[in-house]
Write a protein that binds this ligand. Sequence first.
Ligand code: NDP
Ligand code: HSE
Length: 433
Amino acid sequence: METTRVGVVGLGTVGTGVARLLTEHRDRIRRRAGHTVELGRVVVADLSKPREISFDSEMITDRLSDLTADEEISVVCQLIGGLEPARSIMLQILESGKDIVTANKALLAEHGPELFDRARELGRSIAFEASVGGGMPIINSIGQCLSANRIDSLHGILNGTSNFIVSQMEEQGWDFPTALAEAQARGYAEADPRMDIDGSDAAQKLAILSHLAFGARLHWTDISCVGIDELEFVDLEYARQLGFRIKLLAIAQRSDAGLELHVSPTLVRSGQPLAEVRGSFNAVSVVGDAVGRVFLQGAGAGQMPTASAVVADLIDTAVGRTRITFQTLELWSHGEVRVKIRDHSEGSGHYYMRFMVDDHPGVLAEISGVLGRHQVSIASLIQQPEESGHPSGQVPLVMMTHRATEGAAGRAIEEIEELPSVRGSGVRMRVLS
Ligand code: NDP
Ligand code: HSE
């Protein structure tokens, strides 16, 4: 009977989960693939490191060449993070005639076109469901299940670490460093967690989804990106008082003017599905012209949820499905550019703003005067009394605006920060309308 032998490069959080699924659920996977899919070889950087799972000594190696030279292995899970040596390893695996399954979105967002071109030239495939959304099946949903649609918008929580941190701060009152340390201990965070908290990881995922869903051609660093690293507890509290939660949202919105893309902490009305996504969960709300709105939610990070996506890709590759979809996927192919990327400053939204101001008459008039000159109008206002623990004589001024352009809101804030009665920097966040 046919057997698919699998190589795994990288035995960290995700690689260990994949090895566990392949060994502990062999029968289930055999039934789904119609033949045996078994682990053939595992490549790690450090052979002396203690592992959660043990292997026969000939199965585990620190030499990639042991895997690339093994002709019985037809598909490899590339599960190391970062750009190099991940890129060179991926090219060597393709050159050795093997298909690839990967979870590495940083690599795809940076070198996707090169890797996809090479795979297509060599007649190989790359499957990457786990690269966006962990266990939440968003890549196949957009690439296959929604392929009859023109996708009009995509609003997503795409970073499990950030969502976990903000949830723990909001619900448990944890401070930021404690919540980040726990996300790292649970295996959610990247090796360099700055990528999670400064929004880069979500921007890389949004870039991959935008290529897939809209035929956009852009580099992930072209996406306007603000992370949760400067989010203050006080804004979570004001948002709650106003009936909102703050979520790190990745947004792609198509209009006649083009595709608007951004990643930023955003106020979402409590009770809306995206506002209720907690912990390390991810979610995406996609609107297609035929299907309407589709909402997906699932564990966005962590060992077994991510392994679930990797092993599903392995089964698809073993069965031959990936080979077919990879050839037709409109991702990093040389097809026409289907959408123009809109300049970020032209986009518009409602905003939450907070300023620390001297508590004397006329301050509000000065601020609203600046906003008015920039065509930004105030929809509601909260002013906290002086006794609420702020420096003497200073009060926070919190407001929500009507719709304004990103450029106008940004210019207004810069001007307000220059006013003598305004202390420090203002805070501005989008409100999901
Ligand atoms: P880890 O840091 O836990 O594991 C990385 C593994 O790569 C380690 O086992 C390390 O080996 C191995 N490695 C590093 N360099 C080499 C090398 N040159 N040759 C062979 N092996 C090497 O990462 P994760 O498992 O968390 O993440 C892997 C990928 O999956 C990343 O791209 C990440 O972004 C992505 N991902 C992660 C998710 C998660 O929840 N953790 C979710 C979705 C995607 P050694 O053990 O010997 O040091
Ligand atoms: N570090 C990533 C996250 C892993 O927290 O979402 C999943 O891609």
